[in-house]
Design a protein around this ligand. Structure first.
Ligand code: ADP
Length: 622
């Protein structure tokens, strides 16, 4: 007898002997029994038991009738394998059920062999495992879903520095995220299921949380708190925590979930901010300097006590209405112009003005406004500090009045002295007294110098009180420059004067005062350069404006002094200028005159090499 391969095959003899009993047993325990031809091409019989359709006649095309299209290939392959090895066919696959729906079966068929070991028939039994498969599928879906949720939660809770945890009602941790495990220095396995004390909480701390868990269980309400305790590595830290009840379907609290955040840095920053705010307030409130803060639109958001004092207004009034209405009428236009420009350009500005004060008069104030910017460069607003300069202004006024009075008083005797000298000059000429004539000439020169100085002071005080009036007329500036140069050349002793000739340049300005400016520049060039050097004078049209320049080869001016030369009473403090007489008012007067005529005045210089002073005036349009 040929022994069939596979130990699950059954010998023909035994089968014949037991076939009836075997069939009866299989029929009784299976949902479906079937019999197939040796090559499985023909289904000889199938008892479907309501699960599959019955087949009483041999059926050739049985696969499409019973097997789900998606599993037909798998079924064919398993059949081929079973036939090849003469072993039991066994497969779970989908079937088309009697009612046309898709079901699942586990099908087993044994080959019945004849005494030569050849297959005569396959006898099969199949059970309906549709329900089991559905449960399996549902379980698989549920597992996938829960795995996904788990992964999601782990990503969320694992990636945050916040501490996250869940307590059961016996105060044991049922969940702790990675940050918490790391803080404890523990692993999941030796921390989960443990209570607070076992995880290293001090007694007071454990008791506190246990009471909170009880409270949440009773009230079913979340709870928030702040606690401070030492961190293993970072030292003492402050934590903010929220505990939330986890409520089950019966509405009972079944667990308590918590999140804890380390707020030490925020707390420290808050303390630092309030510290710096307190420091700023103390500084701002304890000073006589008036301090105000504006927002990016220019609206005031803070005034200190000093502003309240000087304006005799409440903080609320100041914040609502400001103080611009208290401005002296003459200063309104200037303040509006300067502040509008500063807000537009976001530049620092400094300006003086008068406001009606709490004493019933006007106070002179000096304001300096500085723009502030965020780190990203966006504008925050201005901080302005203002000081009361009324006292300084009054002193200045007294000084001006004094200078003006002294100059006036000096002028009368000076005029008399000049006329006496002139009379004496005539007499000396009559008597041919050369020596006396020479002395008188020198006295005349000195007296003219003195007159120049006194006139300078008178001009300053006139300028200060706004009493210098410009007499405009149309004239040729080039000609005026030439005349001034020629006249100066007559008094020069050691300098070479060069004049660059120019065509007519008509301007509409005060001829006499422009003459004064040119003389001043030429005499400075002479004063601050050595004899034997050259002085160049030029008059041109540059960029549509008339421009005059006076260059020397003198001592020059340092870059720090250059911008300040035109300030009143400003003189360069240097060894080589100490012995040169002057009061620092000449350039101030020049600058005031040029500005009043709509022009500009400036200088360039290389120390040790020489300087060039320029002024420009608008060309006459006619
Ligand atoms: P001062 O009467 O002192 O000359 P100014 O107002 O005319 O007054 O000039 C102010 C200062 O500018 C002078 O003290 C001097 O230091 C400097 N300065 C003016 N002109 C020149 C120049 N051409 N070269 C060098 N320094 C000059």
């Amino acid at each position: 007898m040929t022994q069939p391969s596979g130990n699950q095959t059954i010998s023909h003899q035994n089968l014949v002997a037991n076939e009836e009993r075997f069939r009866a047993l299989v029929t009784a325990t299976s949902d479906v029994v079937y019999s197939m031809s040796p090559d499985w091409l023909v289904m000889r019989q199938l008892d479907g038991r309501g699960f599959l359709l019955d087949t009483h006649e041999p059926l050739v095309n049985w696969i499409p009738k019973y097997v789900h299209p998606g599993d037909q290939q798998k079924v064919n392959a398993t059949i081929a394998d079973a036939i090849k090895h003469k072993k039991i066919f066994q497969l779970e696959h989908r079937v088309v059920r009697a009612d046309g729906t898709v079901g699942w079966t586990i099908s087993r068929a044994v080959p019945i062999l004849d005494d030569k070991g050849e297959i005569t028939e396959w006898f099969g039994a199949a059970s309906d495992i549709t329900d089991r498969k559905r449960v399996e599928a549902a379980l698989r879906d549920a597992k996938e879903e829960s795995d996904l949720l788990k992964r999601t939660y782990e990503t969320i809770t694992g990636g945050t520095p916040d501490l996250m945890y869940v307590f059961d009602l016996e105060y044991r941790f049922t969940y702790a995220n990675q940050a918490l495990l790391t803080m404890w220095g523990k692993t999941w396995d030796n921390a989960i299921g443990k209570g607070l004390r076992e995880n290293g909480y001090e007694e007071w701390h454990a008791t506190m949380h246990e009471r909170e868990i009880d409270q949440i269980r009773a009230t079913k309400k979340p709870l928030r708190g702040e606690v401070s305790f030492p961190h293993a590595v970072l030292g003492r830290r402050v934590y903010d925590y929220i505990l939330i009840p986890v409520i089950n379907s019966q509405g009972e609290v079944e667990a308590v979930a918590g999140t804890t955040r380390d707020i030490t840095d925020i707390k420290n920053a808050e303390i630092a901010i309030s510290e710096s705010e307190a420091r700023f307030r103390t500084m701002a409130e304890s000073t006589d300097v008036m301090i105000a803060v504006g927002d990016e639109l220019g609206n005031a958001i803070y005034f200190n006590e000093a502003w309240i004092n000087i304006t005799a207004r409440t903080l609320e009034e100041l914040l609502k209405n400001g103080w611009l209405d208290l401005l002296h009428p003459d200063d309104r236009a200037l303040v509006t112009k300067v502040t509008t420009e500063a807000l537009r350009e976001k530049n620092s500005v400094q300006f003086e003005f008068r406001i009606a004060d709490n004493r019933g008069g006007y106070s002179w104030l000096l304001n300096r406004a500085t723009p502030r910017f965020h780190q990203d460069g966006s504008f925050v607003g201005f901080v302005s500090s203002t000081i009361d300069i009324t006292g300084i202004k009054e002193n200045e006024q007294r000084k001006n009045d004094f200078i003006s009075m002294v100059s006036h008083e000096l002028k009368t005797p000076l005029t008399s002295a000049i006329s006496y000298v002139q009379v004496s000059q005539k007499k000396a000429a009559e008597y041919d007294d050369a020596l006396t004539a020479g002395m008188l000439d020198r006295a005349g020169v000195q007296l003219r110098k003195m007159t120049g100085m006194i006139n300078g002071f008178l001009n300053v005080s006139r300028l200060e009180s706004g009493m210098i009036h410009m007499e405009r007329e149309l004239f040729d500036l080039a000609l005026l420059v030439k005349e001034a140069g020629t006249e100066a050349a007559t008094t020069f002793t050691g300098h070479h004067l060069h004049f660059s000739p120019s065509a007519e340049i008509m301007v509409n300005a005060d001829r006499e005062k422009i003459g004064q400016v040119i003389n001043n520049l030429i005499s400075n060039a002479e004063k601050y350069s050595a004899p034997g050097t050259s002085i160049h004078i030029a008059c041109n049209t540059v960029d549509g404006r008339a421009q005059v320049s006076v260059s020397d080869e003198g001592i020059g001016i340092s870059p720090e002094d250059l911008p300040r030369l035109f300030e009143r009473f400003y003189r360069v403090k240097a060894n080589d200028t100490k012995h040169i007489a002057g009061f620092g008012i000449g350039l101030y007067i020049c600058s005031e005159i040029i500005k009043a005529l709509g022009g500009e005045i400036w200088a360039t210089s290389t120390p040790g090499k020489g300087s060039t002073f320029y002024f420009s005036l608008p060309l006459s349009r006619s």
